[in-house]
Design a protein around this ligand. Structure first.
Ligand SMILES: [Zn+2]
Ligand SMILES: [Zn+2]
Ligand SMILES: [Zn+2]
Length: 124
């Protein structure tokens, strides 16, 4: 199996993010990305089951072994890395900052960057 196929098994069923450790599973075995989990817990959005603090270690092991794209991929970040490294990257990812702005409807920032190239100074 290639990384791409494995990656698909880590895709959140609710949103376009990937599952990341600790990966919680509901009583029927569904799992969610951290954002959806925080929003939905303790009720599973896919079935009547509940999250009872049970983790899926197999999925977590898969996560450790493959490269996962940055969660800001949807905003344009092309970085991908394994497990902890992607977590580290996401903390200082420029697109993370942009994503927040986009959510605040400041979409123009992204347009500006697409045209001028990424310029940190300009964003402050
Ligand atoms: Zn999600
Ligand atoms: Zn479920
Ligand atoms: Zn990134």
């Amino acid at each position: 199996m290639c990384d791409q196929e494995l990656l698909a098994t880590l895709l959140c069923p609710i949103c376009p993010s990937y599952l990341s450790p600790p990966i919680q599973v509901c009583t029927n075995g569904h799992s969610l990305c951290p954002t959806c989990f925080e929003r939905a817990k303790p009720q599973c959005p896919q079935c009547p089951g509940k999250f009872i603090n049970r983790r899926c270690f197999i999925l977590e092991r898969i996560y450790d072994k493959i490269s996962v794209p940055c969660r800001n991929q949807k905003y344009g970040c092309t970085f991908s890395a394994k497990g902890l490294q992607i977590k580290k990257h996401e903390k200082k990812c420029l697109w993370e900052f942009l994503g927040r702005r986009i959510k605040n409807k400041h979409v123009w920032v992204l347009c500006e960057i697409r045209i001028n190239g990424v310029n940190r100074r300009k964003l402050k």
